[in-house]
Design a protein around this ligand. Structure first.
Ligand code: FAD
Length: 310
């Protein structure tokens, strides 16, 4: 059994592992895919102090740094169930998809999140070639170009306002007959000269020239007619889904399924901590996930040293 068992091997899990292992306590990381979302990322330009790097390069640096310490990495292991300790200071159990289970006196949950996809032709083919999900990450790559934002909820409208200050033109496409964002955001959006809002529109296809996005097609849901828009980028903002389905009924989750944590990263279950995109932390970014993972690692250590000697 581990003193600190981390579930999830993205930036948050890697940071938690390093902070815990540096305390000299038995630390393990179980991850479905070590590296996490970073593996799917191309250019990274907001990893502070590194002007430019690429996802796969950062992912292997994460792994190398964790391996500098005595951390047991269990890659390709998917957690399917959490059985909390029955007594304070007892072992929490994490059941894996292959039927085995792991035990930790403390747990750090860092299973991240995934962007909801449109599921239309061209989306996969042009991911990172014009199809993007994170305006904070990729907005500046489209400076002076034309982009669309798919989704008129808060995140879509925030993205459109943000991008309008960087790119030449933004087309916001919403499936419903009206936007769902807060009124104050909608007013701000309506005041911008380089934004066009299209409602009752179903995005049907991402168009490209084999190398990059050149446009998109949508269907007007009132008339049934198809329309094409020429552009260079598409930001999909139809939801970020936390990977917490396996935690229902154990730790407290927000209505959006994010693990509720306090400022120390502790969840509703004593001895169980969480960090990164799977939590209620505002803003989902690499540096933020790393900071949160470090907080959780230190909090787990603090918890352990306060347990009565057994
Ligand atoms: P993740 O990176 O999602 O890692 C989660 C880990 O948990 C993975 O190892 C996963 O396999 C594992 N896991 C999930 N479920 C289970 C389970 N049931 N059992 C076991 N393991 C599980 N951020 C930036 O700061 N800059 C950027 O430029 C940037 N660009 C991005 C581009 C793309 C295309 C994407 C998708 C994201 C981008 N982000 C960027 C966001 C950034 O990648 C995330 O904020 C960050 O990776 C979150 O780290 P995390 O450790 O919380 O979660």
């Amino acid at each position: 059994p581990f003193e600190v068992l981390i579930v999830g091997g993205g930036p948050a899990g890697a940071a938690a592992a390093i902070y815990a292992a540096r305390k000299g306590i038995r630390t393990g990381v179980a991850a479905e895919r070590f590296g996490g979302q970073v593996l799917d990322t191309m250019a990274i330009e907001n990893f502070i102090s590194v002007s430019h790097t690429e996802g796969p390069k950062l992912a292997s640096a994460l792994e190398a740094h964790v391996k500098d310490y005595d951390v047991e990495i269990m890659n390709l292991q998917k957690a399917t169930k959490l059985i909390p300790a029955r007594t304070e200071g007892g072992y929490h159990e994490v059941v894996l998809e292959n039927g085995a289970s792991l035990k930790g006196r403390t747990l750090i949950l860092s299973t991240g999140a995934r962007w909801r996809q449109m599921g239309v032709p061209g989306e996969d083919e042009y991911r990172n070639k014009g199809v993007a999900y994170c305006p904070h990450c990729d907005g500046p790559l489209f400076k002076g170009k034309r982009v669309a934002v798919i989704g008129g909820g808060n995140s879509g409208v925030e993205a459109a306002i943000d991008l309008a200050g960087i790119v030449a033109h933004v087309t916001l496409i919403e499936f419903d007959s009206q936007l769902r964002a807060d009124a104050v955001l909608q007013r701000k959006l309506a005041s911008l000269p380089n934004v066009k809002i299209i409602t009752s529109a179903l995005t049907s296809k991402v168009d490209g020239n084999g190398e990059r996005v050149t446009g998109l097609s949508y269907k007007d849901r009132n008339s049934g007619t198809e329309h094409d828009v020429e552009l260079e980028g598409i930001f999909v903002q139809i939801g970020l889904v936390p990977n917490t389905e396996w935690l229902k009924d154990t730790v407290a989750l927000s209505p959006r399924g994010e693990i509720e944590i306090d400022a120390r990263g502790e969840t509703s279950v004593p001895g169980v901590f969480a960090a990164g995109d799977c939590t209620t932390v505002p803003y989902k970014q690499i540096v933020i996930a790393m900071g949160a993972g470090s907080t959780a690692g230190l909090s787990a250590f603090d918890y352990l040293i306060r347990l009565p000697a057994s």
